[in-house]
Design a protein around this ligand. Structure first.
Ligand SMILES: *Cc1c(COP(=O)(O)O)cnc(C)c1O
Length: 551
């Protein structure tokens, strides 16, 4: 449903979309015969503005696909609520490190042939209501398969459904194989579809799993298709869960980290859910100064990011200087955007991601007087925030407001800025330019998280709750620091607030201010241990070896 290639195309809302963009880039790098399909989202996700009190306002983030891509000639038609909706596609060529091309098709219904209402189907990412979402999923899943056939891609052997939003692609494949609708034919068709599909689930948070009532299905997809879904036994309590549909239609299913696979297995006990831990595209997420260091010491790292393991041989001073350069570039951008001049000599924390309630953006701010005291006593503390709340998520909006309110009370003691309109550009600047990357989700809801992996590539250690990828990447005092208890223990908010502040006060601030060489060692081992592993090429190798292999 979302793909983030770069920030000029606002067709993503967060980690899910950025990951799919990184996956596509890695597929191009390893020269896989691969093609991707998403929606054009002409009005983007949204542009965020925060007022003086920290209240979020939203505006459309309209953009023009024609400035970035060519329109392909082929058109296809999908049936939505009994109407024929015409779908066109924009093609973006993502070019890998050796020149291999992976095309990405952005499906679009903004065509004169369509009614005003249908022209808006592909406008807003995650906008509208359940009906709007189902219409989009028809265009994505059913329209996507038809478009791949129309542009002449007949020999596809594996369809990878990336999150349940795309599950109707399995229905489209089933329809190709079941013209008569006979019971035996459907059973055989189901086997054939399962042999062709793999599925990745990306979150244990319920809002990430679409559930549509059978009534809505009948209205939007029509009775024939709904009958086919009933026949393959995916209706539960009068509704269809798109994750369950995708699981039912796939030969291989995975979660996006070890812990997430376990948790998903508990949610869907009828299925074996394998782990493939996410990775980020190293060349995209390494900031320019650190790229220069890698180019000098590990020249083939772009083609082979496993080489970053040998970062142990890079002089500490080179890593420190490159990170300092990235920090100054970040603080210059912060000053330009907010008028706030932060101090490059002070320890700077970064926290940026979607303002979803389980991510607890305000956790650091829960004990303001203790935070004030340690900022005063230690040599100084600054924190940079960014992130959007979904327009209908009032709890997320309230979290942003609270962060800004508490930071206001600490003005003069705590350096602070909340950067509006988080996007990939800001994500790159922040993960490269802060000193410590903070993450404190409620366990076990962070399926993977990827921003800490971007930080690791830039020599920025994490201070994080043991959840998602950090369970696998955390070595205390070597790649960063843990907040709270072990990963198999549930989150207890007050304990985690205290642990976060204990770690800052007792370990992180003293190391930063009193042991610069020890600090630089942590930076370097973040690159060597985590940058060398949590990259998208390693992830793609695992998908090739486990998921994409055909019998
Ligand atoms: C990497 C990235 C994310 C993912 O951040 P998490 O901390 O993993 O949730 C979200 N948004 C943008 C713009 C990113 O670049």
């Amino acid at each position: 449903m979302e793909v983030g290639i770069h920030s000029a195309m606002p067709t993503y809302s967060g980690g899910l979309g950025v990951l799919s963009g990184d996956t596509i880039k890695a597929a191009a790098d390893v020269e896989l015969p691969f093609v991707a399909v998403t929606l054009a989202h002409r009005a983007g996700y949204f542009r965020q503005h925060l007022d003086a009190e920290g209240r979020q306002n939203e505006e459309p983030a309209s953009w023009n696909p024609a400035e970035h891509m060519g329109l392909v000639e082929e058109r296809v038609t999908v049936e939505v609520e009994g109407r024929a909706v015409v779908v066109c596609a924009w093609r973006l060529d993502v070019v890998g490190v050796t020149g291999h091309v992976v095309p990405v098709y952005f499906l679009d219904t903004e065509l004169e042939e369509n009614s005003a209402e249908d022209r808006r189907i592909t406008d807003h990412l995650y906008g509208g209501d359940q009906r709007d979402r189902l219409r989009q999923e028809i265009v994505l899943g059913i329209g996507g398969v038809k478009m791949l056939r129309a542009v002449g891609l007949e020999g596809l052997d594996t369809f990878h459904m990336n999150e349940g939003h795309s599950a109707l692609l399995g229905l489209a494949l089933l329809e190709e194989r079941t013209s008569s609708g006979g019971v035996e034919e459907v059973a055989q068709g189901l086997d054939a579809v399962r042999a062709a599909c793999v599925f990745t689930t990306h979150t244990p948070v319920p809002a990430g799993h679409d559930v549509f009532s059978i009534g809505l299905f009948e209205e939007v997809l029509g009775p024939t298709r709904t009958a086919l879904l009933k026949e393959i036994d995916v209706v539960e309590d009068g509704a269809i869960n798109m994750t369950r549909l995708a699981l039912r239609l796939s030969r291989y299913c995975n979660g996006v980290a070890m812990r997430h696979a376990q948790v998903s297995g508990e949610m869907f006990p009828d299925y074996h859910i394998h782990p493939i831990t996410n990775g980020v595209h190293a060349a995209t997420w390494t900031g320019a100064p650190m790229q220069g260091v890698f180019d000098e010491y590990l020249p083939a790292w772009r083609e082979d990011p496993y080489l970053l393991r040998h970062a142990v041989d890079i002089p500490l001073e080179r890593i420190r200087r490159a990170q300092r350069e990235a920090k100054e570039a970040l603080l210059a951008e912060v000053e330009q955007r907010t008028g706030k001049a932060l101090d490059p000599d002070r320890l700077t924390l970064g926290f940026a991601r979607r303002a979803a309630p389980y991510k607890r953006a305000d956790l650091l701010m829960r004990d303001p007087e203790r935070l004030r005291a340690m900022a005063r006593a230690s040599g100084g503390l600054q924190v940079l925030y960014s992130g959007k709340a979904h327009p209908r998520n009032n709890e997320g909006k309230e979290m942003i407001r609270r962060v800004i309110e508490v930071a206001g009370l600490l003005e003069g003691d705590l350096g602070f800025a909340y950067l509006e309109d988080y996007d990939m550009h800001l994500g790159g600047l922040l993960t490269a330019g802060v000193d410590v990357w903070l993450n404190n989700p409620v366990k076990p809801l962070e399926a993977s998280g990827t921003s800490g992996m971007k930080a690791a590539l830039n020599g920025v250690p994490c201070l994080s709750v043991l959840d998602g990828w950090w369970i696998e990447g955390h070595v205390e005092g070597v790649t960063g620091w843990a907040i709270g208890t072990g990963w198999d223990q549930p989150s207890v908010t007050e304990e985690e607030v205290a642990s976060l502040l204990d770690q800052l006060e007792g370990v992180v601030l003293p190391l930063y201010y009193h042991d610069p060489e020890g600090w630089a060692r942590v930076m370097r081992s973040s690159i060597a241990l985590n940058g060398s592993h949590f990259h998208a090429r390693r992830m793609m190798h695992e998908y090739q070896a486990r998921a994409y292999r055909t019998a």
